[in-house]
Design a protein around this ligand. Structure first.
Ligand SMILES: Nc1nc2c(ncn2[C@@H]2O[C@H](COP(=O)(O)OP(=O)(O)OP(=O)(O)O)[C@@H](O)[C@H]2O)c(=O)[nH]1
Ligand SMILES: [Mg+2]
Length: 243
């Protein structure tokens, strides 16, 4: 990528809940990628009062990398991912926003590809996909793989939005585009990411895809259980009747 080609600035929204082991590693990797590619960036950590003390770790990272690079926007309690993005975007100073998980399932090495893709077509959204090209999932058992794949196939059949990975959450947006989409999205849980793509289609935003490899979270317990699956199916049904 041509250095200093533009005045673009990238705001990474990192929602965290009990990610004290993962946060220093993901932040280090992000700083490295952005610096090596001479890209302007900030990392906005939205911690929901994690009982494991993630916020203390975030403060130490802010001391280390500086408050122009690490921005802390904590909240008093666990309020969920959707509102975490809303909260984060309010404080974003970049013209682009990247949303990703803090548990290292999403590798920062893909970010330059997202940016290149965005610049190539001036697209509104670039989404990582586990289900096209060289994309894939590592470290999940068969049940979890089938659940994720099944969720995507089902949504594609019912809503056909033409995006290969609907439930993924590693994406790059023009900031005003993300603000508008979030504003019109009502779902919670896993359906939230999918509804964002469906709303994007309704507004006629252009969406490009970059294949990514997704690895299971490095530290911490996964919490995908029957409740999340039932929640997803209910949310999908609501979407099918409402769009
Ligand atoms: N601020 C905030 N962050 C959250 C909340 N729930 C999850 N997160 C963070 O959002 C990202 C995605 O959540 P995960 O727990 O990894 O969800 P997942 O990948 O579906 O499930 P895992 O198998 O547990 O990895 C992670 O960085 C979490 O720490 C929340 O209520 N508030
Ligand atoms: Mg995860």
């Amino acid at each position: 990528m041509a250095p200093n080609a533009t005045t673009d600035r990238y705001s990474v929204l990192l929602p965290t809940y009990n990610e004290r082991e993962n946060l220093p590693i993901i932040v280090w990797m992000l700083v490295k990628v952005f610096t090596e590619h001479k890209l302007d960036f900030e990392i906005i950590v939205i911690d929901d009062n994690s009982p494991d003390g993630t916020l203390d770790v975030a403060k130490r990272l802010q001391d280390l990398y500086g408050s122009d690079r690490i921005v802390l926007r904590p909240r008093a309690g666990k309020l969920g991912l959707g509102t975490a993005y809303v909260h984060g975007i309010k404080n974003a100073t970049g013209n682009f926003v990247i949303i990703m998980d803090a548990d290292m399932s999403h590798h920062p090495k893909f970010i330059p590809q997202f940016i290149q893709k965005q610049r190539d077509g001036n697209c509104d959204i670039v989404t990582g996909t586990r289900y096209a090209g060289d994309g894939g999932v590592y470290g999940w058992d068969l049940r979890r793989k089938l659940t994720s794949r099944g969720a995507n196939v089902l949504a594609d059949v019912l809503l056909s939005p033409g995006v290969s990975d609907l439930t993924g959450s590693f994406r790059l947006y023009k900031k005003h585009v993300l603000a508008k989409i979030i504003d019109s999205t009502i779902s919670k849980g896993y359906v939230f990411q999918m509804e964002m793509m469906i709303r994007a289609r309704q507004f006629d935003y252009s969406i490009a895809e970059v294949p990514i490899t997704f690895v299971d979270r490095v530290y911490g317990e996964s919490k995908l259980g029957a409740n999340e699956i039932i929640g997803y199916l209910k949310g999908l049904a609501t979407l099918v009747v409402s769009v």
